[in-house]
Ligand binder design. Structure first.
Ligand SMILES: [Zn+2]
Ligand SMILES: [Zn+2]
Length: 329
């Protein structure tokens, strides 16, 4: 089978690998769509050559269910990228992300993968594999899990700082759930995408004082909630400045070392600050419901490429002007 291999320094290519064989409790999935994730860009730009690739948001068709009792050949599945042990208390509750023995789904930009059968979720017949990859992966999962933890109600103002793929997913989900979304970024193409996905207002942080803009847009109240999706210290600092009294700041952006004054930033204004990572596999049916109720999840996709054009796909994605980019092996 063929799979993408990372060579380091922004070089990738398709290479031949042995076909995976299922172990007991595993299925082999023929990948039909595999989403690129911002979390891969560190490895893409890094020096190190990888065994294959860090893809982890795939969907496809079961082609070998001989070692599984859960699935049959031909079943359409998405793959939850965080594989719990399957038996501990958290795994039993459908929260693989909290499992102490968790592993990460390796090498999904490939034609075939052997995966634990309990980490697969069903993709309904009427959904595309690309939509399935967004639903089973973090493209929709992170924004959905974050939305479940926000105390906001319809009509509240939710600001999203950073409109990369995760920020744009948050814009889409929050707008769909009835929030008035203010999207903030410095890239015009991303702000245009944010408007397409339902942002009521956009703020170019390089053109104007973003705090004053949000103050004007909210008649002085500032945002009821802010989702920090830039993963940068200045984005985090901005999130704390544009959240209103008794508001909530949710952090999706990782790799940020920040400074925080507990008194002025949190205590004196009753601010709630929390982190939110990935999604819980038990939330998957709720996300399918959201699509059933009209969430146009495929609007998050900016481009699709065949596996052979992985280099072009990463180059486009790394420019930071797209939402999700999909490889179609
Ligand atoms: Zn991801
Ligand atoms: Zn476990």
């Amino acid at each position: 089978m063929r799979a993408v291999k990372f060579f380091g320094r922004e070089r990738v290519a398709v290479r031949e690998y042995p076909n995976p064989k299922p172990q007991e409790g595993q299925v082999v999935v023929r990948i039909r769509a595999s989403a690129l994730c911002g979390s891969e860009l560190h490895a893409y730009r890094g020096e190190q050559e990888l065994e294959s690739n860090p893809g982890h948001e795939p969907a496809g068709v079961v082609v070998d269910a001989s070692r599984s009792r859960r699935w049959r050949d031909g079943d359409r599945v998405g793959i939850h990228a965080v594989w719990g042990c399957g038996t501990c208390e958290w795994c039993q509750r459908g929260v693989f992300t909290f499992c102490d023995e968790k592993r990460f789904c390796p090498g999904a930009h490939a034609e075939l993968m052997a995966v634990p059968d309990y980490a697969c979720v069903p993709i309904p017949e009427d959904l595309s594999f690309a939509a399935g990859a967004l639903l089973a992966g973090d493209g929709l999962g992170v924004p959905y899990h974050t939305s479940r933890r926000l105390p906001t109600r319809g009509g509240d103002t939710v600001a999203v700082v950073g409109c990369g793929p995760i920020g744009l997913g948050n814009v889409m989900v929050q707008a769909f759930l009835g929030a008035r979304v203010i999207a903030l970024d410095r890239v015009p193409d991303r702000l245009r995408l944010a408007r397409d996905l339902g942002a009521a207002e956009t703020v170019d942080v390089s053109a104007a004082d973003p705090v004053e803009c949000v103050r004007d847009l909210t008649r002085g109240r500032l945002a009821d909630a802010v989702i920090e999706a830039s993963g940068r210290p200045e984005g985090f600092a901005l999130a704390l400045k544009i959240v209103g009294k008794a508001g909530t700041v949710a952090c999706n952006g990782e790799n940020t070392q920040v400074s925080l004054h507990v008194g002025t930033d949190l205590i004196r204004r009753d601010i709630t600050l929390f982190g939110s990572w990935f999604y819980h596999i038990r939330e998957y049916p709720e996300m399918v419901d959201l699509v059933r109720r009209g969430l146009a999840v495929e609007k998050l996709i900016s481009a699709r490429y065949p596996l052979e054009e992985a280099q072009a796909a990463y180059a486009a994605f790394a420019r930071g002007e797209t939402a999700k980019v999909i490889l179609e092996p």
